[in-house]
Design a binder for this molecule. Structure first.
Ligand code: GLA
Length: 734
């Protein structure tokens, strides 16, 4: 797995199909050499290609004038010593100098994965299936000791990178930028794919050619954000869903991040990822240390589908943890779009009655159950049930729901506070921002300073007592605004720069305590939809509300975009009413169900007003979903590219994907069309992941097909008339 080759001075990190190699040059510098498909020994050919090619005139190493930092590939690039590209680190020594010179010192290799202190980490369940390399570098001027950490999970083809800085000197040192992940490529002929958008249109796939200079995405919103997900894929221009190289990385972090891809002047590509330095600085006192978040990265040589499948498995088995990791997720009914703030005990029980009759398994009471919360202007922070609405209290309601054979879930937004709340009157100093400035409202609310221990304690004790008192099986943890004022009345001047990161550390501490204390509760993350859908959150909460946009047409792009990294089992997807509440669109119940059944199925509509026919459709869909749930939530997922592009139909109007069981004996195919176009040939979908030897029965058509035919020739999709149509096909090996 991890080997050091003495003669070549090379570290080789091998997974089942990939290799990562770097060299200790002249006993001092860590030069990146290779990342890609597996190579059985240290590379030699291109390793020294830049030595002696001094197009860039700076050579800081007098003994080795042939060494030119501006052209090299580094494991941890520094500034101020002849490399003019973006650095991984920036700091200021006590004397004001920004120059640091971290030089290789020693290394250790240990079994298993080491956790990043105070942060979510990828885990290995036993010591045999993973290894960690710790490479130590020292800066003699300051006494700073840099640990570059590499976790290797061979079976998952994954490598994890992060870094720790320990101050072994006598003076405090200030860090202004510290990217725990750097990945360099010897050429820059790549595209970069990211998941981007805004509220209600998250995770849209964006593919761009990397030009010269720096391509960057980031968040300063305090949350990883709707706008940019903290993940990216670097791939060749010719990479498609099914072929070509794809290198993807994602940060286990839920706050401000930055990803930079810099095509350097000498043809190289440098990718950096970590905490966003725009809102960050950190003072490391003598004897103290600082740990960066982890980045996990995976490489595939079989296209974007191959990449996504590796990443999905990694998330399902090495990031998500706890009782729900391997469990099928319940079909839920959420009352939000059915009632908003206007409900009472009787209404909720009526809704739950209908829901349980149709086979739903979890009833979720959303916003509005506490304090005087009748709109979004009040009561956040005052987490006491509203007895006018809940005459039997949470205890009575949760009992009645359980009596109907359903689980009971509850919405919280613990990080936020309404200006008129009792909490803020009692503790004005708990809010983010300083007194002198006016505080920005976001959805009429302010943000609590989670960096403060007393705030952490308040949230932990409040939720603990509610979860203990009532019978609660599920928590929806929401966060509905960005952070704006990065300051605190309780922080000293030189601590203010630490606030954005301390907030995230505070959040992780709270989540760590609560998820350990309530292992049987299913936590679902939410941030106005997908505003904080990242690996950091998934390490605590096994699923996320993908988007506040429940319109099935919009969801096609949202869910297929998110599927680049995130497995279907992590994505909440609900059937809602028409006209849709976010975009006003009408689409059929069949279409809405098919889209929602591609993730963790839920319903978010007033089911009391459904017609008999609609109730029947829903009951049928629920039974169908239960039959396929294991495969949809835990099987292999393929995005299928439409092969009919006549009049742009395929590219623009059709979406298709499928799920296959691990033994390849069962598969379910979903096909969707947005607008109908006349006079075009019927669509053909070529399936993936089947067994060429197997014969499959498609149960709805009642016809059998060989696996090779379905994959190489394809299946013709029936062409229903109308817009927003879908087709589901079920295949079982006979
Ligand atoms: C956010 C969530 C919604 C709902 C509302 C309640 O917008 O994303 O699903 O819970 O808050 O206020």
């Amino acid at each position: 797995m991890i080997r050091y080759y003495d003669e070549e001075h090379m570290f080789c990190l091998d997974t089942e199909h990939c290799s990562y190699q770097f060299e200790i040059k002249y006993g001092r510098y860590l030069l990146h050499r290779y990342y890609g498909r597996k190579i059985s020994s240290p590379i030699r050919g291109i390793a020294g290609r830049n030595l002696g090619k001094n197009y860039s005139s700076l050579h800081p190493d007098y003994e080795h004038p042939e060494y030119s930092p501006d052209m090299e590939l580094f494991e941890f690039p520094l500034e101020g010593r002849g490399d003019y590209r973006n650095p991984a680190f920036r700091g200021r020594r006590k004397d004001g100098s920004p120059v640091f010179d971290f030089v290789f010192s020693n290394y250790t290799i240990s079994n298993g994965l080491i956790a990043a202190e105070g942060l979510p980490s990828v885990y290995s369940e036993n010591l045999d299936n993973a290894e960690t390399l710790d490479v130590v570098c020292r800066d003699d001027h300051t006494g700073l000791e840099l640990h570059l950490l590499y976790g290797v999970l061979p079976e998952y083809d994954a490598i994890i990178r992060w870094a720790v800085m320990i101050n072994k000197g006598h003076q405090i040192q200030t860090v202004e930028r510290f990217m725990g992940f750097c990945l360099e490529f010897p050429d820059s002929e790549y595209d970069m794919i990211t998941m981007e958008g805004a509220w209600a249109r998250e995770h849209h796939q964006k593919r761009r050619t990397i030009g010269t200079g720096t391509t960057s995405i980031s968040s300063t919103r305090g949350l990883s954000s709707h706008q940019y997900n903290p993940s990216a894929i670097i791939c060749r221009k010719e990479t498609t869903e099914d072929s070509g190289e794809a290198y993807g990385f994602s940060l286990l972090y839920s706050g401000n991040f930055r990803i930079e891809a810099e095509a350097g002047p000498y043809g190289t590509l440098r990718c950096l990822m970590g905490i966003n330095d725009d809102t960050f600085s950190w003072n490391i006192a003598s004897g103290a240390s600082f740990t960066t978040p982890q980045t996990v990265f995976v490489m595939s040589s079989s296209g974007l589908n191959g990449f996504s499948q590796k990443f999905h498995r990694l998330i399902r088995e090495r990031i998500i943890r706890g009782e729900y990791r391997d469990r099928e997720r319940p079909i839920l009914l959420n009352n939000w779009e059915a009632t908003y703030f206007d409900f009472d005990h009787k209404t909720l029980v009526e809704i739950a009655d209908s829901a349980s009759q149709m086979g739903m398994e979890l009833f979720v009471l959303d916003d509005g159950w506490f304090g005087n919360r009748n709109d979004d202007k009040s009561a956040l922070g005052d987490w006491i049930e509203n007895k006018k609405k809940l005459s039997e209290g949470l205890i009575g309601l949760s009992r009645e729901i359980h009596q109907r054979g359903m689980k009971f879930g509850l919405w919280f937004e613990p990080e936020m506070v309404s200006p008129s709340s009792r909490l803020i009157k009692e503790h004005p100093e708990w809010v983010l921002g300083t007194l002198e400035e006016s505080l920005s409202l976001g959805r009429n609310q302010l943000v609590l300073n989670l960096a403060l221990e007393e705030v952490q304690k308040f949230i932990i004790t409040t939720l603990t007592s509610i979860l203990n008192e009532s019978e609660i099986d599920y928590v929806k943890w929401d966060a509905n605004r960005s952070i704006s004022e990065y300051s605190s009345r309780k922080f000293s001047g030189d601590q203010q720069g630490e606030l954005s990161h301390r907030y995230v550390l505070g959040l992780y501490h709270i989540l760590d305590v609560l998820t350990r204390r309530f292992p049987h509760v299913l936590f679902e993350g939410c941030a106005g939809g997908g505003g904080r859908f990242d690996l950091g959150i998934l390490a605590y909460m096994p699923q996320f509300w993908t988007s506040d946009n429940t319109d099935a047409v919009s969801r096609l792009k949202i869910q297929s975009g998110a599927s680049l990294f995130y497995p279907s089992v992590s994505m909440g997807a609900h059937v809602s009413d028409v006209p849709n509440h976010q975009v006003g669109r009408y689409s059929s119940l069949e279409f809405r169900s098919s889209v929602a059944m591609s993730g963790n199925l839920g319903y978010e509509l007033d089911i009391r007003s459904l017609s008999e026919e609609e109730r029947e459709i829903i009951s049928y869909d629920i039974a169908f979903y239960k039959k396929w749930r294991r495969i949809i939530q835990y099987g292999k997922f393929y995005r299928l590219s439409p092969i009919n592009s006549c009049c742009g139909v395929g590219e623009n109007e059709e979406f298709s994907w499928m799920f296959v069981s691990p033994d390849e004996k069962k598969a379910v195919l979903f096909w969707f069309r947005r607008l109908h176009v006349p006079s075009v040939p019927p669509s053909i979908v070529r399936m993936r992941g089947l067994n060429t030897e197997f014969t499959y029965l498609e149960t709805n058509l009642g016809e059998t097909f060989k696996g090779d035919e379905l994959m190489y020739s394809g299946i013709v999709v029936p062409q229903p008339l109308g817009d927003f149509t879908s087709w589901i096909a079920e295949f079982s090996a006979v």
